[in-house]
Design a protein around this ligand. Sequence first.
Ligand code: ATP
Ligand code: ZN
Ligand code: MG
Length: 517
Amino acid sequence: MSVRFNLDAGLLFNADIPAEAAATVEKMVGEANKTLFRKGVPAGVPEDEIGRIEDFSIAGSVLGLRIRSGPYTRAHDALFRFRKLIAPSLGKFRLGLRDMEIRSFWIEMRGEFPEGFRMPKLPFILSADRSGDTLKISLRMEAADLENKVPDRLVRLIEEKFQSATYGGKAEHWELIFSSGPKRTMNDSDPTEQMIKQGWIRHALSRGQWIHGPQSVRLWRTFEKIVLDEIIAPLGFTEMVFPKLTPWEVWKKSGHAKGVYPEIYYVCTPKTRDPEYWEDVGDYFKVTGEVPVDMIRERIDGPIGGLCYAQCPSFWPFVQGETIANDCLPIRVFDRSGTSHRYESGGIHGIERVDEFHRMEILWLGTAEQTVGIADRLHEAYMRVFENILELEWRCARVTPWFMAQEGMVGTAQDTITTPSETACCADRVGTTDYEALLPYSGSWLEFQNVSINGNKYPKGFSVKIQSGTECWSGCSGIGLERWSASFLAQKGLDPANWPEKVAKIYGEPEEIFRFM
Ligand code: ATP
Ligand code: ZN
Ligand code: MG
C-alpha cells in the first residue's frame, strides 16, 4: 500500500509579515526541502516520497504552507520541523509565532482493496472516498492532533484493516513443527460428560464456569507437580503472584487495549461506598427476590478494566521503567495464583472452552538470545513431559499470535519488530508455538498450551531495559489446566488404572467426600 500526506497549514504571527521577510522565508523553505526534511531518511528513498514544502504564501500575519509527502518526513512532521526553523529566523523582523492553523489535511492510500475492507469510524474523519485503488481521507485535525501522531496511527489502523480483510482474521499461518504420531487411546467419549457422570465436576451458576470436585482438582495438582518437577525447577523459574484484575493502564501498555474488548469480563466500582446510597438496592432485593441490575448500573463507575485475560501483562508493572542488572538475567518467573476470564460467547464447550479457567503462566525475559534459548529449553522439557510422562498423542505448530495479527506486526514494513543487529539472530523466532492434543471422541485437535517469544513487545510497552543496553526481549507460556485435563482424559479415560504409571502414582487415591441422598 502506498500513502501520501497532503497538508495545507498556516503559521500565525503576532504582526503582519513585512515584504522584505519573503526572501528569508524562501531561503528557509529551500533549506528545509534540501536538508532538514531529509534528516533520518534512508539513502535511496525516491525524492517524491519525502516531505516537501511545495508552495508558500504570505497574507497579512499568516504564512501559508502547502506541504506534500509520501511515507518519509510526513507532511505533518515536516510542518513541525519547519516551525522550529522559521520561528527564530523571522524573529529578526520582530515577528513571534503565535499559533498554527490546519486548513486542510488529507491522506491518499493506494492499493488493491479487498472486499471485506471497512473504513474505521473515527471522530477525525470528515470524509473517506474510495475510487478504484485509491482511498482519499479528509481529516479534521488540530495542530495538537498532528503533533500527537494521530495521522500515523490512523494510517496504521487502515493498513491493519486492509491486511486483516486480505488475510483473514484469526485463521492465519499454521506450520507443523512436531507430531508425536498415533498413540494408543483408552477412551472414545467426551471426558466432560464422563466427569459429570462420575461426580468430578458440576456446572457452576455463571456461564462457562464449573465447580471442580476433589478428583478433578487432584488431577490439576498432579499436572502442577509434574510441571514443577520437570520444567519449573530444572529450568530455574521462581513463583510470583500477578494481580488478577487488570486495569486499562496495563492493557494500554501490553497492547491488549487494541482489540480485546469482545472477550473481556469488565470490572466496575461503586460510585460510593456510602451504605445509604445503596440501601434501596438491597431493599429492592429483600422485597422482590430479584437483584435490580438497572439500578446498580446507575450507581457504578468504570469499567476500570477487566478480569485477567492473558496472565502475563499484570507482571510487567513490577519491572516497569527499570533497567535490570545483567547478573540476574534471564529473569524466570511463573504465576498460578488465580483464574483467567474470557467471554467465549457461543464457543463454550465442556471444561476446555470456558469463561473461567485456570492456568500456570511461565514468563521470562533477557537478551534476545537468552529469550530464545529459554523458549527452546522449555520446548524440550514439554516434549519430555508429553512423550514420556503423559504419553499423549500431540503435535505442535508455529502460529501467528493474535496480538501480532491484531497489531499489524506481521507483514507491514513500518511496525515490524525492530531488528537491530544484536537481535537479528532471533528476529525470525518471534511468534507463538501452539501445542495441540488429539481428542479421540471427535477426531479434532485441542490447543492445550503455548510458548510465545514476544520479542521486545512487553519491554517496550512497559519501558524495561537491560544493563547491557541491548534490546530486552521476553517470552511466556500458558499451561491451561482445563485443557491439559480435557486432553489427557479424552485420550486416557477417567480410570487411573489405565493411566501412564507416573501420572497414576502422583495422582494416588482420590477421596470420596460427597455422598448425595
Ligand atoms: P483458542 O484459540 O482455543 O481460543 P487462544 O488462542 O484464545 O485459544 P491463548 O490466548 O493463546 O488461547 O491462551 C493461552 C492458553 O490459555 C491456551 O493454550 C489455553 O490453554 C488457555 N485458554 C485460553 N482460552 C481458554 C478458554 N476459554 N478455556 C480454557 N482455557 C483457555
Ligand atoms: Zn503471556
Ligand atoms: Mg480464544
